[in-house]
Design a protein around this ligand. Sequence first.
Ligand SMILES: *Cc1c(COP(=O)(O)O)cnc(C)c1O
Length: 356
Amino acid sequence: MEKDTVVNIKIEKAETSKINEVDFSNLSFGSVFTDHMFICDFKNGSWQEPTIIPYQKLSMDPSAKVFHYGQAVFEGMKAYKDDQDEVWLFRPDENFHRINKSSARLAMPEFPEEYFFDGLNQLLKLDKQWIKKGFGNSLYIRPFVIATETGVSASPSTEYKFIIICSPAQAYYAGEVRVKIADHYSRSASGGFGFAKAAGNYAGQFYPTSLANKEGFQQVIWTDSNTHEYLEEAGTMNVFFRIGDKLITCPTSDRILDGVTRKSVIQVAKDLGIQVDIRPIKVVEIIEAAKNNQLKEIFGSGTAAVINPILGFGYKGDKWELPKLEDSYASTIKNTILGIQYNTIEDKYGWRVKVD
Ligand SMILES: *Cc1c(COP(=O)(O)O)cnc(C)c1O
């Protein structure tokens, strides 16, 4: 990474590596972790000396605030290895700024930029052999911050841990995805913290999503909490609709997570000559388009899968299936972004950032 190494990170290496116990051809997403983790404590009003230590359990007091009030935020990003064994990140500045934006909303202290990038760089160098070459293979990186102060009074913690753990991942295939458009439950509300990658935003979705699962939908597309008339986003993905030859996605707001993949999709699509409209989208509009055979594609965008095609949707008991396309926008845009991530095509945007 281009950032200068100025931070003194204490590194304690793992005595032995677990890597030989891992079947890299049969990974289930986010279940195996690398040999090391980055960890930095906040106390007495400042971030303490950052360290990298062997991946291990945390020991915490049961009264720590994170357990009671969910004061916790996270990020999701990936490292990729190209054919020359070089390791790359994709727009990591975006993740850095977003975790601090999330933290600020949860009354948590912002993390220093040099700590973030130096820590990540050192950690990736140590665990480099966990990143496998080949399209689809990557290292999923999970930075997160938790409130560790003891005591169950409902107030912001004065102590935190910032941690980065890493998990090897294969091409993410979510299976066939059909979505339920929310008509009752909400993921976020105006003035709330839907824009933050805050733990509670996900906990609150599990129950309504499990109800949708019972109806045969894998995910929910959330609608605005006031009227349930406008389409917003999915559980961990922003959503795009293709009506005719136009790609439409809703604007970001305080209810919506401002996805790095979303903004990359918008840019790449425009440069491919696709018209992209960023505007509120009514549920009735896509139902009309589906009826007139003008609704060509729906897809989600997010770090895990880049782009996840959505095959059908349900709304208030009715169901629609989308056509199967040969040359979908989803696959063209996805291939361009993957090419940038894996260093197989030119990156005219400067999104690809080398790890040392
Ligand atoms: C993480 C996330 C996304 C996608 O963001 P990316 O930066 O593209 O990975 C979209 N919506 C929600 C709710 C998310 O948590």
